[in-house]
Design a protein around this ligand. Structure first.
Ligand code: FRU
Length: 489
């Protein structure tokens, strides 16, 4: 670990404090997420030589509360022929001792062609990580016909009867995206190719040219008590507006259904997991059985957004805060998977009835650049609740009206991934909406009623990040709320 570079990153007032970030350089996808003996291990795509793309490996951090992370440096890095251009994304599964990992060894040839090898790694102690001496468990040469070398991001889970299943994101030779399924008795293989996952209701022709970072996990619907399988995918270049409503390059969403062999049947439509400017490549923590702990970390970044102000301090991107997922009526609900008592000092927010054009400064009990607010608000018919986050002159605004959430960061220092975005909001279950705001220096996460999440990088001017609630065009009542400031220790 280069301590000088790490210090340069840490002294940046924009460096997140409770969001997991790399010590320096570039972070992208979370990898190998697993909880063992009460300790969460998070690995991540780490490019320590950024902007040079060489040497991308798996950075490693651990935490007992998912918000205070200890860095352990690089767990493993490219040092073999089969991964010489990067140890790309992958996942973990608990082993009898320690854990097994599967990742993609990436090889790029000068003529532009590439190879993708699926590689097994084992650790007994989360200190030493050993690549399987027999080489890749699914070498590029064993890639099934009909798929290009965009063949990566193995995600492993246990299925009924103790067998392991692995899903891999792929591109078909006709340049459409898909997920392949493999199975094995153990992570070291041999891995058997079971076929392509048939996803009911998705039209491949408009669902993108490649699906990255698939996740499959099982959840019981809290409304019906019925178990469902959830498929999360990151389609690139999707043209279907139901998949890519903002017409961007890459999106991330999910489909709920029921796995039957290689078919995902009785599916819901595709829904975005997060409608924000920066949210991609999420991963659910590994579980020991078919039902995963539906605890998720995501990359709070996008592939084409490396040109951020933090580059002056030798780092770029961060991960999201941890989220807990539940399934209700076929829809994923998300909540910060953070214990408020762990987070820091919390104060209750007094109820307040705001008339049109009235504003209320929401107190934060400490460092106002790192806070978590939960607000329950009633918005009168025709009115709008406006949250201003940041310095007075250049805030990020979050507007909620009856059926839309609008986030506008045009006044902040970074808008490459979009300045303003409007997202449909489903009607609240009751008269009151619940809004969670997680603010951490240069990243803001908004979750409304658990069903609409919006992650945005927000590079503010230096100084405190104030939060005000304003009633626009009618009355807004803050029914109750809580405001917490993060304390690092
Ligand atoms: C997604 C992704 C993955 C790949 C990794 C490389 O952001 O492109 O498909 O494994 O990043 O860093």
């Amino acid at each position: 670990m280069d301590l000088e570079r790490s210090a340069r990153t840490l002294t940046d007032p924009d460096a997140p404090s409770f969001h997991l970030s790399a010590p320096y350089g570039r972070i992208n996808d979370p990898n190998g997420l697993i909880v063992v003996d009460g300790v969460a291990h998070a690995f991540y795509q780490w490019g320590p030589s950024f902007p040079d793309r060489a040497g991308i490996g798996w950075g490693h951090a651990s935490s007992s509360d998912l918000i205070r992370w200890t860095h352990h440096g690089m767990a493993f890095e490219p040092d073999a022929d089969y991964d010489r251009d990067g140890c790309y994304s992958g996942s973990a599964i608990a082993a009898d001792t320690g854990a097994d990992f599967l990742y993609t060894g990436n090889v790029k040839h000068p003529d532009g062609t590439r190879e993708a090898h699926q590689v097994h790694v084992h650790t007994d102690d989360f200190v030493t990580f050993t690549k399987n001496v027999d080489g890749p468990v699914v070498p590029d040469a064993a890639r099934p016909p009909g798929y290009t070398a965009h063949f990566r991001d193995p995600m492993v889970y246990a299925c009924d009867g103790g067998r392991l299943r692995m899903c891999i994101g792929v591109q078909r030779t006709d340049e459409t995206g898909a997920v392949l399924l493999y199975s094995a008795e153990s992570a070291a293989g041999p891995w058997r190719f079971d076929g392509e996952l048939a996803v009911g209701g998705l039209d491949a022709a408009s669902a993108g040219y490649m699906w990255e970072c698939p996740n499959i996990f099982r959840l019981t619907d809290e409304e019906t008590g019925i178990e469902h399988d959830v498929l999360v995918i990151c389609p690139q270049g999707a043209t279907d507006p139901a998949i890519n409503p903002f017409g961007v390059a890459d999106v991330c969403g999910y489909v709920v259904g029921r796995l039957d062999g290689t078919h995902l049947r009785d599916t819901t439509g595709f829904r975005l997991l997060d409608a924000g400017f920066e949210f991609y490549a999420p991963q659910v923590f590994a579980g020991r059985d078919t039902t995963r702990d539906a605890l998720l970390l995501s990359w709070a970044g996008m592939p084409a957004e490396d040109d951020q102000p933090s580059r002056a301090h030798d780092w770029v991107h961060t991960l999201s805060a941890p989220r807990r997922l539940t399934l209700r009526g076929g829809v994923l609900h998300q909540a910060p998977a953070v214990d408020r008592a762990d987070f820091g000092v919390t104060i209750p927010l007094d109820s307040a009835a705001l008339e049109a054009d009235e504003s209320l400064a929401l107190p934060v009990p400490g460092d106002a650049r790192t806070s978590w607010l939960t607000l329950r608000v009633r918005i009168a018919d025709g009115a709008q609740a406006r949250l201003r986050i940041g310095p007075d002159a250049a805030p990020l605004t979050v507007d909620l009206d009856a059926d839309a959430l609008t986030v506008d960061r045009s006044a902040t220092r970074y808008v490459d991934g979009g300045a303003r975005r409007e997202v449909a909001l489903p009607a609240p279950a009751g008269a009151v909406r619940t809004i969670d705001l997680l603010i951490d220096r240069s990243v803001v996460e908004v979750i409304v009623d658990g069903t609409v999440a919006f992650t945005a990088r927000a590079f503010f001017a230096p100084g405190p990040v104030a939060v005000t609630l304003k009633a626009v065009g009618g009355g807004v009542t803050l029914v109750e709320g809580e405001s917490s400031a993060f304390s690092a220790h």
